[in-house]
Design a protein around this ligand. Structure first.
Ligand SMILES: [Zn+2]
Length: 243
């Protein structure tokens, strides 16, 4: 019913960001999520302020970055439409996607997602499936190292979608937790409130509990994609306070 209410509600939030993250690593740049594209088809219940200048490919080129040559990999936290808009920008650069997320794009559910939910992913895309090992990382039983030095890892954070993942980048004693839609805000994670489009509330709340446990062990800057405070917390390196 919460999802139905989200669709029927005539009230709007303030404008929210759709964050894309660019990690500088000595082995090459890493992009986490690819945002919304200005010409992507959207559902009538959504309002967007996106332009050709906000497209990921345009912004990378403006920074002097060649998406096909300078980026070592792209990681998708999940495959909702507002996170995959620039997924076709990177040529042969590996695009890392969880097995569950990619399965969800196949068969009938995949057709529904592409046609009805307007998620446009190039048909030629052959993602690299994230290989989780039972290598615990903090409170997470499984993890997948992205870089040889282990500074960037992927952890499973199911709930918003079953195959949702987050990226943890560690630098100078801080863990930057790139949370995708694990929650829509830091407050929601701390209060264990499932997101509006959570596919599994129980799993999402368990994920919030694991993130809190991780943040007790590691000084963590928590950065959800749509939290208006994320950019400020990143700039201030403000660590999440877990009681
Ligand atoms: Zn989402």
């Amino acid at each position: 019913m919460r999802m139905v209410n989200v669709l029927l509600d005539s009230e709007w939030t303030d404008w929210l960001p759709i964050h894309v993250w660019l990690l500088e690593h000595k082995d090459g740049l890493i992009v986490v999520d690819t945002g919304e594209r200005h010409d992507a088809p959207i559902l009538p219940v959504v309002k967007l302020q996106v332009t050709p200048e906000t497209d990921l490919g345009f912004q990378l080129k403006r920074m002097g970055i060649n998406p096909e040559k300078d980026v070592q990999c792209v990681i998708q936290t999940h495959l909702h439409g507002d996170h995959v808009g620039g997924i076709g920008t990177f040529g042969k650069t590996p695009v890392l996607v969880s097995a569950l997320a990619w399965q969800g794009m196949q068969g009938v559910s995949g057709w529904f997602t592409r046609q009805i939910a307007k998620v446009s992913i190039p048909s030629r895309l052959e993602p690299s499936i994230i290989g989780f090992s039972s290598n615990p990382f903090g409170s997470f039983e499984q993890s997948c190292p992205v870089t040889k030095d282990g500074a960037v890892k992927i952890v499973p954070t199911p709930g918003h979608t079953n195959g949702h993942v987050s990226v943890i980048a560690q630098s100078e004693g801080l863990s930057y937790f790139l949370a995708g839609d694990t929650s829509y805000s830091e407050t929601a994670m701390l209060e264990r409130v499932p997101s509006g489009f959570s596919s599994n509330d129980k799993l999402e709340i368990e994920t919030h509990t694991k993130i809190q446990a991780f943040a007790r062990q590691h000084a963590t800057v928590y950065l959800p994609s749509h939290d208006p405070e994320s950019a400020f917390r990143l700039a201030q390196k403000r660590v999440v306070q877990v009681t």
